[in-house]
Write a protein that binds this ligand. Structure first.
Ligand code: CU
Length: 262
């Protein structure tokens, strides 16, 4: 029986590794920072995968070698704890080292400083939809008045267009339209509970937190229509919380903006 369990452990470990290697799990990227993020993800999985396989094979070997036999007695292994601690410290050290080198670069590619020619857009999550806001011709977002938020009249951001000059030309849309090859500063917030903004192709995944305005920076590189999904369980309608981001050539973006300006 011990030999059988040992073989099962090894087979499950190999099958899981095989499943991981059998295909490329992410869709092809459409943002400039994607290669660095993909390489970070790749090495994290390789690292975790190698440790996983070693641990499973050691487990299988122990089950094989020390399985119960009629004349076998239980023995203690006094230095075992010390060896386990050394192994844990080495592995945690490797993880921290990769986070401080590769991981820091990947993080910086999305969160460090914005470009001077960037387009600024706000994204707001609410149960269970996304809304996006552009500053309009004046380049200024109008102030938000939370008491004026009213979905029934389409005032998702709580704007006071009658009294705030900067709000007058703000463009609000349920679809996120972005120009190709231009740096984007996307400011994420939420109205009610924590949501998230995830676009697989853009390699952008960031929580949207009520009361916070979290910036992410990226440059879309390939025109197309991609799904934005919420990856934080945010209520009963979470499964249907999604929007689309449409990446278009610069001139098409300008036309769209003109058509939606007020
Ligand atoms: Cu949500």
């Amino acid at each position: 029986m011990g030999k059988f369990f040992s073989a099962i452990v090894a087979v499950i470990a190999l099958a899981s590794a095989g499943l991981f290697l059998s295909r490329h799990w992410m869709p092809s990227p459409t943002a400039r920072h994607a290669p660095i993020l993909d390489s970070q993800l790749h090495w994290t999985l390789v690292d975790a995968g190698v440790i996983f396989l070693i641990a499973q094979f050691v487990l299988a070997a122990f089950v094989w070698k020390f399985r119960a036999l009629p004349d076998r007695k239980t023995r203690s292994f006094p230095v075992g704890v010390r060896i386990a601690i050394i192994i844990a410290v080495v592995f945690i050290g490797i993880e921290l080292f990769s986070a401080a080198t590769l991981g820091r670069r990947a993080w910086a590619s999305m969160y460090d400083g914005s470009a001077s020619n960037s387009l600024q857009v706000e994204a707001m999550g609410q149960q269970f939809a996304y809304y996006f806001r552009y500053a309009g011709a004046d380049g200024k977002f109008g102030p938000v008045h939370t008491d004026k938020i009213n979905a029934s009249i389409g005032n998702y951001f709580g704007l006071d267009r009658a009294n705030d000059d900067a709000s007058k030309d703000d463009v609000v849309s349920a679809e996120l339209v972005l120009p190709e090859n231009r740096p984007i500063d996307l400011f994420l917030t939420a109205q009610d509970v924590i949501h998230s903004f995830y676009v697989r192709e853009l390699r952008v995944q960031q929580d949207m937190v009520p009361g916070m305005r979290i910036p992410v920076h990226f440059t879309p590189t390939k025109a197309g229509r991609y799904e934005v999904v919420c990856t934080q369980l945010c209520g009963l309608g979470h499964y249907r919380m999604r929007a689309y981001v449409r990446i278009v050539p610069e001139t098409e973006f300008e036309n769209w903006m003109r058509a939606h300006s007020r």
